[in-house]
Design a binder for this molecule. Structure first.
Ligand SMILES: [Zn+2]
Length: 281
């Protein structure tokens, strides 16, 4: 049986082997060495050993600053997985307070949190999960007025809001600032996920030029907790793909997920030359 020390040694050696294998096959690029503590090597060992991940991907997430908009049903799995993976700085934004009706699907909040600001409640759990991550809670609502300031300086934005107005505002701001974005929505037993690289791939408005009229809301139509968990997990995966390049993101299209029939449909989308948000990029 491996002792703690020999296990750490094993993972450290493995990480170093992966790093040198990458160096041998890729052109050398100037980058700072990944200097992980023993605890970090152990914490991230199961992703470090992935051939697709390794030291370069870990460095990319460690240096990343990601804004998660919404600390609800989608924001919970997104923020948990990003904190778990070691994203260096996570901003989590929500202007709501925790309600009893949130708890069946919003896994960052527990019964004693009812009445607390969701951003603070979420930040507390994320710090418990990974104290090495800098977590910044924002108890505000994302609007067309503050969207540009919110996305400024971020490496990536993950939109976990439940409002079309917010989605369009964040899409426009991310396009203008050329900040990568992962959009998603979930309702009932269905959802969709879309990654956006502004100026390079179709944006949310390219896919959905106008806001749907009379779209049902979560409070009216309902949603099952695990359905939100699936869509939020896909969104977290897209975020890690965009940050590290370990696999192609769902870009120039979106993934439509029907969890009632277990059907995943990839819908291709092209950039629109008349898109109000991205045509001039
Ligand atoms: Zn567009």
């Amino acid at each position: 049986m491996m002792t703690g020390n020999s296990r750490r040694g094993f993972f450290r050696e493995l990480a170093s082997v992966v790093a040198s294998a990458r160096e041998a096959t890729e052109p050398p690029t100037p980058q700072q060495p990944l200097d992980l503590t023993d605890a970090e090597v152990e914490r991230y060992s199961r992703q470090l050993v992935l051939p697709e991940w390794g030291a370069a991907a870990q460095l990319a997430v460690t240096e990343a600053s990601v804004l998660v908009i919404g600390a609800g049903a989608l924001g919970a799995p997104v923020a948990l997985y990003l904190a778990g993976a070691g994203v260096g700085r996570i901003g989590i934004l929500d202007d709501d307070e925790v309600e009893l009706s949130n708890l069946h699907r919003q896994l960052l909040h527990f019964t004693p949190d009812i009445g607390a600001p969701k951003a603070e409640s979420a930040a507390a759990k994320l710090r418990y999960l990974n104290p090495d991550v800098v977590v910044e809670p924002y108890h505000v609502r994302a609007t067309a007025e503050n969207a540009a300031a919110l996305v400024e300086g971020q490496d990536l934005v993950v939109d976990c809001s439940d409002s079309f107005a917010t989605r369009y505002a964040i899409n426009a701001a991310c396009c203008a600032a050329r900040v990568r974005l992962v959009e998603a929505g979930v309702l009932g037993l269905a959802g969709l996920v879309m990654s956006i690289k502004p100026g390079r791939t179709a944006c949310y408005r390219c896919a959905f030029p106008v806001e749907p009229v009379g779209a049902p809301r979560c409070a009216d139509a309902g949603v099952l907790g695990p359905a939100a968990g699936v869509i939020g997990s896909l969104q977290a995966l897209e975020a890690l793909k965009l940050l590290t390049g370990v696999a192609p993101a769902i870009a120039d299209g979106f993934l439509q997920v029907d969890l009632a029939t277990a059907e995943f449909l990839r819908v291709n989308v092209s950039r629109r030359p008349d898109c109000a948000d991205c045509s001039d990029l």
